[in-house]
Design a protein around this ligand. Structure first.
Ligand code: OOG
Ligand code: MG
Length: 263
């Protein structure tokens, strides 16, 4: 049963959107007494992203979340989630991140796919691979709008899966074997997270087939030209003012950004 305290799903979408816009933390929807189904949570997500699009942002892809055990354990959830990425979230490789735009940002190492064909439904690994133009190392900046970065599965879905920024390194040919690549995320040259791309569902390509399945369930498709983030291979690390963040991967190159001094 859906229990909605004071208002509609659209009101909740306005609340999470405003929290992101103003970089101000809110109570979890679940602790405010809102009992959302997963479908309701995705409706809130969609309506909050619609507000961004109304302000002129463009959708440039989607991100997958909780595709590794490391992330599920860190956040205490065990189901895959997904949500849209917009152009306003993109951080140029090597650029400076304005940390004042965020509440309590964290960063995590990922793999990105660039689609050259639309993808939806139950697709084989070979079909998924043939829809991809290029692959790249990526850093995702997540910033839960909930106090203390704590949430239920419905809360985090409604909050567009904590999406707030992403950097994609130089695109590489999609025939690079990404099944088991070493990934080292450094802060000022010192490793803070070390893992393998195999931590992402055993192979990051599986995250793309899962995304295609989720798109079909939502009666939509992943579009040509979109970026798909496969999900983090390790736990996320809290960003610090002034820090230089760099992800090194075996074979696939690197991605990096600097955090501004202003918090
Ligand atoms: C939710 C987003 C999860 C990932 O890569 O697993 C995610 C969160 O951890 O706040 O982006
Ligand atoms: Mg992520």
């Amino acid at each position: 049963m859906v229990i909605l305290k004071n208002g509609t799903l659209a009101d909740l979408a306005a609340i999470v959107d405003a929290a992101a816009e103003n970089a101000s933390a809110i109570e979890q929807l679940s602790s405010q007494g809102h009992e959302l189904s997963l479908a309701d949570a995705y409706t809130v997500q969609q309506q909050s992203v619609a507000r961004r699009l109304q302000r002129g942002e463009q959708q440039v892809g989607i991100k997958m979340g909780f595709t590794s055990r490391a992330k599920m354990i860190q956040m205490g959830v065990s189901d895959m989630i997904w949500g849209p990425l917009t152009d306003a979230m993109a951080i140029e490789d090597g650029a400076e991140l304005d940390a004042s735009r965020f509440i309590h940002p964290r960063v995590e190492p990922e793999i990105a796919f660039l689609l050259k064909k639309p993808l939806t439904g139950k697709v084989s690994l070979a079909e998924a691979m043939s829809a991809v133009e290029a692959v790249a190392p990526a850093l995702e900046v997540i910033d839960s709008r909930y106090r203390n970065f704590k949430f239920s599965l419905q809360d985090v879905i409604a909050d567009n899966c904590s999406s707030s920024g992403f950097t994609v390194g130089a695109w590489q040919k999609s025939n690079v074997d990404i099944g088991n690549l070493g990934m080292v995320m450094e802060f000022d040259g010192a490793p803070v997270q070390i893992g393998s791309s195999a931590a992402i569902l055993g192979n990051p390509w599986r995250s793309l087939t899962a995304a295609a399945r989720l798109a079909a369930e939502a009666e939509t498709e992943l579009q040509a030209g979109w970026i798909v983030l496969a999900g983090a291979s390790t736990a996320a690390e809290a960003l610090l003012p002034g820090v230089h963040v760099k992800l090194h991967t075996q074979q696939l190159g690197s991605a990096e950004f600097n955090v501004g001094e202003q918090v």
